[in-house]
Design a protein around this ligand. Structure first.
Ligand code: ATP
Length: 280
């Protein structure tokens, strides 16, 4: 990947009146998919409260309902029972108000559009004037360290850069909430490290609330304020680990060697092992 320089880090301090404001509230959420043969019990009695500025990672075995939980928050799936609010609204109202940006596992960029025009697309759909669309797209590309790549096409970029374009696109509306479903899962480890660093800088600089799905314990500990460990299907919450208590918010990769980091990683692993059934 070409060495695009990250934008200088500007820290946004938390507001002085910093009473934590709930952005996502999930109460007793259960979701069962009805299929032609038998029901799939995806989530069972999940409750979780996410405050403004939190960076939450969801970690758990394949099929435990991490994506389903994010999709409910995004109003892409309907709960079977339970309540979910986003910014105090129903998920549907929040979606209509464009309260969140969604980053998928694959970048899903249009190959015939330039990087800039991919980021501008949601703003085009919103009907924003061209000059404003372009200005916003450039600001977001700068945030993800891709200034200078506006005129490239997605196929001219590495996988990591493409995923950064999709993060810029998700940020184009300037949503308070960013939902990321395993965005770096397909990338090699060094690229992933680099993107983890960039993402933590972006999060510190913008104070977005983030929900992030991952299979990587190290990634979860490095990025998160809290880690939600989930059980195999039907997904339940087994443990919620507060990383902020022991790790500074500004993190560099070498923090992974620290005893505090190792201790949290160990607790996540224990949780995953405890919930794991070794039937297969
Ligand atoms: N539309 C659907 N219809 C029926 N079953 C579904 C549907 N979507 C997901 N499932 C099932 O629900 C369960 C939870 O799926 P989900 O994708 O949320 O898990 P996940 O934890 O994100 O998995 P992974 O880590 O593999 O991405 C799985 O068993 C999956 O096969």
């Amino acid at each position: 990947m070409p060495a695009a320089q990250p934008a200088p880090l500007t820290l946004v301090p938390p507001a002085a009146d910093a009473a934590p404001r709930t952005i996502v509230d999930v109460r007793n959420l259960t979701l069962t998919y009805q299929t032609t043969d038998q029901p799939v019990y995806a989530l069972s009695d999940v409750s979780l409260s996410i405050s403004k500025g939190d960076f939450i990672s969801l970690i758990g075995p394949s099929g435990c309902g991490k994506t389903t939980l994010m999709r409910v928050v995004a109003d892409l799936e309907q709960p079977t029972s339970g309540e979910v609010t986003v910014n105090g609204m129903t998920p549907e109202q929040a979606r209509l108000k464009r309260a969140y940006g969604y980053v998928f596992q694959a970048p899903a960029l249009y190959p015939w559009r330039t990087v800039e025009r991919n980021v501008m697309l949601p703003l085009e759909i919103m009907g924003l004037p061209r000059a404003e669309r372009q200005q916003r797209a450039r600001e977001q590309l700068d945030l993800v360290g891709l200034s200078g790549f506006e005129r490239k096409f997605p196929w001219q970029l590495s996988g990591g850069m493409q995923q950064r374009v999709s993060i810029a696109r998700a940020l184009a509306f300037n949503p308070d909430l960013l939902l990321m479903d395993e965005p770096f899962g397909a990338l090699d480890e060094i690229t992933r490290d680099h993107l983890n660093l960039q993402l933590t800088r972006l999060w510190l600089g913008t104070r977005k609330t983030c929900i992030f799905v991952t299979h990587s314990i190290a990634e979860a500990v490095f990025l998160s304020t809290r880690i939600v460990v989930m059980s195999p299907r039907p997904g339940r919450i087994l443990d919620v680990i507060d990383c902020d208590r022991d790790l500074p918010r500004e993190r560099t990769l070498d923090i992974r060697e620290s005893p505090e980091f190792q201790r949290i990683a160990h607790r996540v692993r224990e949780g995953l092992m405890e919930g794991h059934s070794y039937d297969d």
